[in-house]
Design a binder for this molecule. Structure first.
Ligand code: AHR
Length: 335
Protein backbone atom coordinates (compact mmCIF):
# COMPACT_ATOMS: atom_id res chain seq x y z
CA UNK A 1 0.00 0.00 0.00
CA UNK A 2 1.39 3.46 -0.97
CA UNK A 3 2.24 5.92 1.78
CA UNK A 4 -0.82 7.97 0.93
CA UNK A 5 -3.16 5.01 1.25
CA UNK A 6 -1.83 4.21 4.70
CA UNK A 7 -2.21 7.83 5.74
CA UNK A 8 -5.70 7.89 4.22
CA UNK A 9 -6.59 4.92 6.40
CA UNK A 10 -5.24 6.61 9.51
CA UNK A 11 -6.10 10.29 9.06
CA UNK A 12 -9.23 10.16 6.94
CA UNK A 13 -9.83 10.75 3.26
CA UNK A 14 -9.92 14.55 3.03
CA UNK A 15 -6.71 15.09 4.96
CA UNK A 16 -4.64 13.07 2.51
CA UNK A 17 -5.26 15.59 -0.24
CA UNK A 18 -3.31 18.33 1.52
CA UNK A 19 -0.39 15.98 2.03
CA UNK A 20 -0.55 14.73 -1.56
CA UNK A 21 -0.27 18.30 -2.82
CA UNK A 22 2.82 18.81 -0.70
CA UNK A 23 4.53 15.76 -2.17
CA UNK A 24 7.10 16.36 -4.90
CA UNK A 25 7.94 14.09 -7.80
CA UNK A 26 10.78 11.76 -6.91
CA UNK A 27 11.49 10.25 -10.31
CA UNK A 28 11.43 11.27 -13.95
CA UNK A 29 9.92 9.37 -16.88
CA UNK A 30 6.42 8.73 -18.30
CA UNK A 31 3.62 6.79 -16.69
CA UNK A 32 3.60 3.07 -17.44
CA UNK A 33 1.13 1.39 -19.77
CA UNK A 34 -1.60 -0.96 -18.65
CA UNK A 35 -3.43 -1.74 -15.46
CA UNK A 36 -1.58 -4.98 -14.89
CA UNK A 37 1.37 -3.43 -13.02
CA UNK A 38 1.17 -2.28 -9.42
CA UNK A 39 0.43 1.38 -10.12
CA UNK A 40 -0.80 1.76 -6.56
CA UNK A 41 2.74 1.60 -5.20
CA UNK A 42 3.86 4.96 -6.58
CA UNK A 43 5.81 6.25 -3.58
CA UNK A 44 5.23 9.98 -3.17
CA UNK A 45 3.63 10.32 -6.61
CA UNK A 46 -0.13 10.54 -6.99
CA UNK A 47 -1.12 7.33 -8.79
CA UNK A 48 -3.57 7.85 -11.66
CA UNK A 49 -5.26 4.98 -13.49
CA UNK A 50 -6.32 6.14 -16.97
CA UNK A 51 -9.00 3.85 -18.44
CA UNK A 52 -8.73 5.10 -22.00
CA UNK A 53 -10.31 4.47 -25.39
CA UNK A 54 -7.05 3.95 -27.29
CA UNK A 55 -6.48 4.35 -31.05
CA UNK A 56 -9.64 5.79 -32.64
CA UNK A 57 -8.65 8.83 -34.74
CA UNK A 58 -7.03 12.22 -34.64
CA UNK A 59 -9.17 13.64 -31.86
CA UNK A 60 -8.56 10.71 -29.55
CA UNK A 61 -4.83 10.75 -30.21
CA UNK A 62 -4.66 14.45 -29.33
CA UNK A 63 -6.79 14.05 -26.21
CA UNK A 64 -4.95 11.06 -24.76
CA UNK A 65 -1.51 12.47 -25.56
CA UNK A 66 -2.49 15.70 -23.81
CA UNK A 67 -3.44 13.74 -20.70
CA UNK A 68 -0.13 11.84 -20.79
CA UNK A 69 1.80 15.09 -21.32
CA UNK A 70 0.09 16.69 -18.33
CA UNK A 71 0.06 13.89 -15.73
CA UNK A 72 3.84 13.49 -15.71
CA UNK A 73 6.10 12.32 -12.90
CA UNK A 74 7.75 15.73 -12.97
CA UNK A 75 4.32 17.16 -12.12
CA UNK A 76 3.92 14.64 -9.28
CA UNK A 77 1.87 11.90 -10.94
CA UNK A 78 2.37 8.28 -11.88
CA UNK A 79 -0.01 7.75 -14.78
CA UNK A 80 -0.91 4.21 -15.79
CA UNK A 81 -2.45 4.23 -19.29
CA UNK A 82 -4.89 1.40 -20.03
CA UNK A 83 -6.39 1.69 -23.54
CA UNK A 84 -9.35 -0.49 -24.48
CA UNK A 85 -8.63 -3.58 -26.57
CA UNK A 86 -10.29 -2.81 -29.93
CA UNK A 87 -12.74 -0.38 -28.30
CA UNK A 88 -14.09 -3.26 -26.19
CA UNK A 89 -15.89 -2.15 -23.01
CA UNK A 90 -15.10 -5.36 -21.12
CA UNK A 91 -11.39 -4.66 -21.42
CA UNK A 92 -12.05 -1.21 -19.96
CA UNK A 93 -14.06 -2.63 -17.06
CA UNK A 94 -11.26 -5.12 -16.38
CA UNK A 95 -8.68 -2.31 -16.32
CA UNK A 96 -10.93 -0.21 -14.09
CA UNK A 97 -11.28 -3.09 -11.62
CA UNK A 98 -7.52 -3.69 -11.67
CA UNK A 99 -6.89 -0.03 -10.80
CA UNK A 100 -9.30 -0.30 -7.85
CA UNK A 101 -7.51 -3.45 -6.67
CA UNK A 102 -4.18 -1.63 -6.95
CA UNK A 103 -5.63 1.18 -4.81
CA UNK A 104 -4.67 3.99 -7.20
CA UNK A 105 -5.37 7.46 -5.90
CA UNK A 106 -7.69 8.47 -8.76
CA UNK A 107 -9.19 6.97 -11.93
CA UNK A 108 -9.69 8.84 -15.21
CA UNK A 109 -12.32 7.23 -17.47
CA UNK A 110 -13.05 7.81 -21.16
CA UNK A 111 -15.85 5.29 -21.72
CA UNK A 112 -16.17 3.38 -24.99
CA UNK A 113 -19.83 2.71 -24.10
CA UNK A 114 -22.21 4.99 -22.21
CA UNK A 115 -24.05 2.25 -20.30
CA UNK A 116 -22.85 -0.54 -18.01
CA UNK A 117 -20.63 1.46 -15.62
CA UNK A 118 -22.71 1.49 -12.41
CA UNK A 119 -21.04 -1.53 -10.77
CA UNK A 120 -17.51 -0.31 -11.57
CA UNK A 121 -18.20 3.21 -10.32
CA UNK A 122 -19.75 1.86 -7.10
CA UNK A 123 -16.67 -0.35 -6.60
CA UNK A 124 -14.43 2.73 -6.83
CA UNK A 125 -16.74 4.66 -4.51
CA UNK A 126 -16.55 1.91 -1.88
CA UNK A 127 -12.75 2.03 -2.20
CA UNK A 128 -12.86 5.83 -1.81
CA UNK A 129 -11.18 6.28 -5.18
CA UNK A 130 -12.47 9.38 -7.00
CA UNK A 131 -13.37 8.91 -10.67
CA UNK A 132 -13.15 11.70 -13.26
CA UNK A 133 -14.95 11.22 -16.61
CA UNK A 134 -13.01 12.56 -19.59
CA UNK A 135 -15.00 13.42 -22.74
CA UNK A 136 -17.56 10.64 -22.66
CA UNK A 137 -20.58 10.62 -20.30
CA UNK A 138 -22.45 7.67 -18.80
CA UNK A 139 -26.11 6.64 -19.15
CA UNK A 140 -28.09 6.80 -16.96
CA UNK A 141 -26.17 9.80 -15.66
CA UNK A 142 -25.68 9.55 -11.90
CA UNK A 143 -23.41 12.38 -10.77
CA UNK A 144 -23.10 10.81 -7.30
CA UNK A 145 -20.91 8.11 -8.85
CA UNK A 146 -18.13 10.34 -10.16
CA UNK A 147 -16.39 13.62 -9.29
CA UNK A 148 -17.05 15.39 -12.59
CA UNK A 149 -17.18 15.03 -16.37
CA UNK A 150 -14.72 17.20 -18.30
CA UNK A 151 -15.73 17.74 -21.94
CA UNK A 152 -16.89 20.33 -24.43
CA UNK A 153 -20.70 20.53 -24.43
CA UNK A 154 -21.74 18.10 -27.18
CA UNK A 155 -25.33 19.30 -27.18
CA UNK A 156 -24.30 22.95 -27.56
CA UNK A 157 -21.63 22.17 -30.17
CA UNK A 158 -24.09 20.16 -32.28
CA UNK A 159 -26.80 22.78 -31.74
CA UNK A 160 -24.51 25.36 -33.34
CA UNK A 161 -24.02 23.00 -36.30
CA UNK A 162 -27.81 22.74 -36.61
CA UNK A 163 -28.24 26.49 -36.42
CA UNK A 164 -25.62 26.96 -39.14
CA UNK A 165 -27.35 24.38 -41.34
CA UNK A 166 -30.76 26.00 -40.85
CA UNK A 167 -29.33 29.41 -41.77
CA UNK A 168 -27.42 27.99 -44.75
CA UNK A 169 -30.48 26.23 -46.19
CA UNK A 170 -33.40 28.64 -45.60
CA UNK A 171 -35.37 26.95 -48.40
CA UNK A 172 -34.59 23.44 -47.12
CA UNK A 173 -33.08 20.47 -48.91
CA UNK A 174 -32.22 16.84 -48.16
CA UNK A 175 -29.64 15.96 -45.52
CA UNK A 176 -28.07 12.87 -44.01
CA UNK A 177 -26.25 12.23 -40.72
CA UNK A 178 -23.07 10.15 -40.38
CA UNK A 179 -23.08 9.07 -36.74
CA UNK A 180 -20.45 7.69 -34.41
CA UNK A 181 -20.83 4.09 -33.16
CA UNK A 182 -24.15 3.07 -31.60
CA UNK A 183 -24.02 3.16 -27.80
CA UNK A 184 -21.48 5.98 -27.50
CA UNK A 185 -22.90 8.74 -25.31
CA UNK A 186 -21.70 11.66 -27.45
CA UNK A 187 -23.67 10.34 -30.45
CA UNK A 188 -26.99 10.79 -28.66
CA UNK A 189 -25.93 14.20 -27.34
CA UNK A 190 -24.92 15.36 -30.83
CA UNK A 191 -28.17 14.16 -32.40
CA UNK A 192 -30.13 15.97 -29.68
CA UNK A 193 -28.22 19.22 -30.08
CA UNK A 194 -28.30 19.17 -33.88
CA UNK A 195 -32.08 18.73 -33.97
CA UNK A 196 -32.49 21.53 -31.40
CA UNK A 197 -30.37 23.78 -33.61
CA UNK A 198 -32.36 22.92 -36.76
CA UNK A 199 -35.53 24.06 -35.04
CA UNK A 200 -38.31 24.36 -37.65
CA UNK A 201 -35.89 24.32 -40.58
CA UNK A 202 -37.40 22.94 -43.81
CA UNK A 203 -34.33 20.67 -44.17
CA UNK A 204 -35.43 17.03 -44.53
CA UNK A 205 -33.47 14.09 -43.07
CA UNK A 206 -33.42 11.32 -45.69
CA UNK A 207 -30.97 8.99 -43.90
CA UNK A 208 -28.79 8.52 -40.82
CA UNK A 209 -26.26 5.74 -40.30
CA UNK A 210 -23.13 5.09 -38.30
CA UNK A 211 -19.79 5.29 -40.07
CA UNK A 212 -17.91 4.43 -36.85
CA UNK A 213 -15.81 7.62 -36.71
CA UNK A 214 -13.92 6.35 -39.79
CA UNK A 215 -12.92 8.09 -43.03
CA UNK A 216 -13.22 4.86 -45.02
CA UNK A 217 -16.68 4.13 -43.68
CA UNK A 218 -17.74 7.76 -44.03
CA UNK A 219 -16.90 7.49 -47.72
CA UNK A 220 -18.61 4.13 -48.29
CA UNK A 221 -21.74 5.04 -46.33
CA UNK A 222 -22.24 8.33 -48.17
CA UNK A 223 -21.57 6.61 -51.51
CA UNK A 224 -24.48 4.28 -50.73
CA UNK A 225 -26.69 7.14 -49.54
CA UNK A 226 -25.99 9.19 -52.69
CA UNK A 227 -26.83 6.23 -54.94
CA UNK A 228 -30.03 5.55 -52.99
CA UNK A 229 -31.08 9.20 -53.37
CA UNK A 230 -29.87 9.80 -56.94
CA UNK A 231 -27.31 12.31 -55.58
CA UNK A 232 -30.22 14.46 -54.31
CA UNK A 233 -28.53 15.23 -50.96
CA UNK A 234 -27.59 18.84 -50.26
CA UNK A 235 -26.13 18.58 -46.75
CA UNK A 236 -24.14 16.09 -44.65
CA UNK A 237 -23.81 16.35 -40.87
CA UNK A 238 -20.81 14.19 -40.00
CA UNK A 239 -20.45 13.75 -36.23
CA UNK A 240 -16.66 13.77 -36.47
CA UNK A 241 -13.96 14.98 -38.85
CA UNK A 242 -12.82 11.60 -40.16
CA UNK A 243 -16.31 10.67 -41.34
CA UNK A 244 -16.74 14.11 -42.90
CA UNK A 245 -13.46 13.79 -44.80
CA UNK A 246 -14.66 10.44 -46.11
CA UNK A 247 -17.95 12.02 -47.15
CA UNK A 248 -16.04 14.69 -49.08
CA UNK A 249 -14.26 11.94 -51.02
CA UNK A 250 -17.57 10.24 -51.80
CA UNK A 251 -19.14 13.51 -52.96
CA UNK A 252 -16.21 14.26 -55.26
CA UNK A 253 -16.29 10.74 -56.77
CA UNK A 254 -20.04 11.15 -57.36
CA UNK A 255 -19.31 14.28 -59.40
CA UNK A 256 -20.57 16.68 -56.74
CA UNK A 257 -18.70 19.86 -55.79
CA UNK A 258 -18.51 20.49 -52.05
CA UNK A 259 -19.66 24.03 -51.38
CA UNK A 260 -22.03 24.31 -54.34
CA UNK A 261 -23.75 20.93 -54.94
CA UNK A 262 -23.38 19.68 -51.38
CA UNK A 263 -22.19 21.03 -48.02
CA UNK A 264 -20.50 19.03 -45.26
CA UNK A 265 -20.29 19.99 -41.59
CA UNK A 266 -18.15 18.13 -39.04
CA UNK A 267 -17.22 18.16 -35.36
CA UNK A 268 -13.73 17.91 -33.79
CA UNK A 269 -11.54 20.58 -35.41
CA UNK A 270 -8.51 18.39 -36.08
CA UNK A 271 -5.83 19.84 -38.35
CA UNK A 272 -6.86 17.69 -41.34
CA UNK A 273 -10.40 19.03 -41.16
CA UNK A 274 -9.31 22.64 -40.75
CA UNK A 275 -7.05 22.18 -43.79
CA UNK A 276 -9.98 20.65 -45.72
CA UNK A 277 -12.16 23.62 -44.76
CA UNK A 278 -9.44 25.99 -45.95
CA UNK A 279 -9.31 24.01 -49.23
CA UNK A 280 -13.09 24.08 -49.70
CA UNK A 281 -13.50 20.32 -49.20
CA UNK A 282 -15.56 20.85 -46.03
CA UNK A 283 -18.08 23.64 -45.37
CA UNK A 284 -18.14 24.02 -41.56
CA UNK A 285 -16.04 22.57 -38.73
CA UNK A 286 -16.93 22.87 -35.05
CA UNK A 287 -14.06 22.31 -32.66
CA UNK A 288 -14.55 19.79 -29.84
CA UNK A 289 -11.48 20.84 -27.90
CA UNK A 290 -9.50 17.77 -26.71
CA UNK A 291 -6.79 19.70 -24.86
CA UNK A 292 -8.10 19.71 -21.28
CA UNK A 293 -5.26 17.99 -19.41
CA UNK A 294 -4.57 21.02 -17.20
CA UNK A 295 -8.24 21.15 -16.23
CA UNK A 296 -8.09 17.45 -15.36
CA UNK A 297 -5.03 18.01 -13.14
CA UNK A 298 -6.81 20.84 -11.35
CA UNK A 299 -9.85 18.62 -10.77
CA UNK A 300 -7.70 15.76 -9.44
CA UNK A 301 -5.94 18.08 -6.99
CA UNK A 302 -9.27 19.40 -5.71
CA UNK A 303 -10.83 15.94 -5.48
CA UNK A 304 -7.90 14.56 -3.48
CA UNK A 305 -8.05 17.62 -1.22
CA UNK A 306 -11.72 16.92 -0.58
CA UNK A 307 -12.81 20.13 -2.29
CA UNK A 308 -16.16 20.46 -4.08
CA UNK A 309 -16.01 20.23 -7.90
CA UNK A 310 -18.82 21.03 -10.36
CA UNK A 311 -20.33 17.81 -11.77
CA UNK A 312 -19.76 18.93 -15.39
CA UNK A 313 -16.83 21.09 -16.49
CA UNK A 314 -17.40 22.42 -19.99
CA UNK A 315 -14.33 22.90 -22.22
CA UNK A 316 -14.75 25.95 -24.51
CA UNK A 317 -14.75 25.13 -28.24
CA UNK A 318 -15.09 27.39 -31.28
CA UNK A 319 -16.73 27.08 -34.71
CA UNK A 320 -15.12 27.67 -38.11
CA UNK A 321 -17.63 28.53 -40.84
CA UNK A 322 -15.47 29.52 -43.81
CA UNK A 323 -12.19 28.90 -45.62
CA UNK A 324 -10.89 32.24 -44.36
CA UNK A 325 -11.69 31.31 -40.75
CA UNK A 326 -9.77 28.06 -41.23
CA UNK A 327 -6.78 29.75 -42.86
CA UNK A 328 -6.58 32.19 -39.95
CA UNK A 329 -5.92 29.42 -37.41
CA UNK A 330 -4.30 26.63 -39.46
CA UNK A 331 -0.68 27.55 -38.70
CA UNK A 332 -1.25 27.52 -34.94
CA UNK A 333 -3.37 24.38 -34.60
CA UNK A 334 -2.07 22.27 -31.73
CA UNK A 335 -3.87 19.09 -32.90
O1 AHR B 1 -16.03 11.35 -27.87
C1 AHR B 1 -15.47 12.24 -28.81
C2 AHR B 1 -15.47 11.62 -30.16
O2 AHR B 1 -14.71 10.41 -30.15
C3 AHR B 1 -14.83 12.51 -31.24
O3 AHR B 1 -15.71 13.44 -31.79
C4 AHR B 1 -14.39 11.46 -32.20
O4 AHR B 1 -13.52 11.91 -33.20
C5 AHR B 1 -13.76 10.48 -31.23
O5 AHR B 1 -13.49 9.30 -31.80
Amino acid sequence: MSAKKHIRAVLGFAAVGALALGLTACASGDGDDGASGDSGDSGDLISVGFVAVGPEGGWRQANEQNIKDTFTEEAGYKLSYAPAANLDQKSQIDSFTAFVDQEVDVILLSATEATGWEDSLKLAQEAEIPVVLLDRGIEPDDTSLYVTRIAPDNVEVAKEVGEWAAATFPDGGNYVVLEGPAGVGVVNERNKGFEEGLGDSPLTKVDAQTANWSTEEGKSVLETMLKANNNDIQFVFAQNDEMGLGAAQAAEEAGLTVGTDIKIATIDGTKNAIQALADGKLSYVHEYNPLFGETAVDVVKKALAGEKVDSYIIVPSQAFDSADAAKAVLADRKY
